[in-house]
Design a binder for this molecule. Structure first.
Ligand SMILES: [Zn+2]
Length: 108
């Protein structure tokens, strides 16, 4: 994923609209790339700052972004472990089906 790709994803990230795969790549890139982190921080401040100006509560946005990144990390982990559980369950269903078929052959 290039910086250009990531830049395009920033608004989606801020609206929480990235799917698991994109979110993972996005977070990985943010981990390594200072430039994109800077860009994210700017877009966040502009977007949230404007929204807050209207409601009159502009405070500690920088910290809030940090919090949001941590939350995204958490969401990503949750989604990934959910996916793993789903895969495991699919595996179990297949095993159960095979066992059942084998049993039927043995019994009849
Ligand atoms: Zn970058």
């Amino acid at each position: 994923m290039t910086c250009k790709d990531v830049e395009k994803m920033i608004p989606l990230f801020l609206r929480d609209e990235l799917d698991t795969e994109d979110l993972r790549e996005f977070m990985e890139h943010m981990d390594k790339c200072e430039e994109c982190k800077e860009e994210l921080s700017i877009q966040f401040l502009v977007l949230e700052g404007l929204a807050r100006l209207e409601s009159g509560s502009v405070f500690d946005l920088q910290n809030e972004l940090k919090y949001r990144m941590e939350e995204a990390e958490h969401t990503l982990k949750m989604r990934e472990s959910m996916q793993n559980i789903l895969y495991a369950m699919e595996g179990l269903v297949v095993v159960a089906a095979i066992t059942l078929i084998a049993l039927l052959f043995v019994l009849f």
